[in-house]
Design a protein around this ligand. Structure first.
Ligand code: 9UX
Length: 72
C-alpha cells in the first residue's frame, strides 16, 4: 500500500531548484511520485512506507539545501 506526504520546502527561488529536489526524492527507494511546487513552497510525495518514510524524505530535501517541514 502506498501513502502520501506533503512538505513545506523553504528557500527555493527558481524552477531548477524544484527540479533538483524532485530528482533527489525520486532517487530514494519506494517513491512513486514527487511533485515540487516552487511557487507555493510545497512538495507532494507518494511512496511505499515499507521502503521509505517521511523523515528520510524530509532529510533528503534538506540535503539538497532547503528547509523542509512535514505538513501532513
Ligand atoms: Mo534555483 Mo539556481 O534557487 O542555482 S537559483 S537552482
Amino acid at each position: 500500500l502506498q501513502t502520501s506526504a506533503l512538505f513545506s520546502v523553504m528557500g527555493m527561488t527558481c524552477s531548477a531548484c524544484a527540479g533538483s529536489v524532485e530528482k533527489a526524492i525520486k532517487r530514494l527507494p519506494g517513491i512513486n511520485e514527487a511533485v515540487v511546487d516552487v511557487l507555493n513552497n510545497r512538495a507532494h510525495v507518494v511512496f511505499y512506507p515499507s521502503f521509505v518514510n517521511e523523515e528520510t524524505i524530509r532529510e533528503t530535501i534538506e540535503d539538497v539545501g532547503f528547509e523542509a517541514t512535514l505538513l501532513e
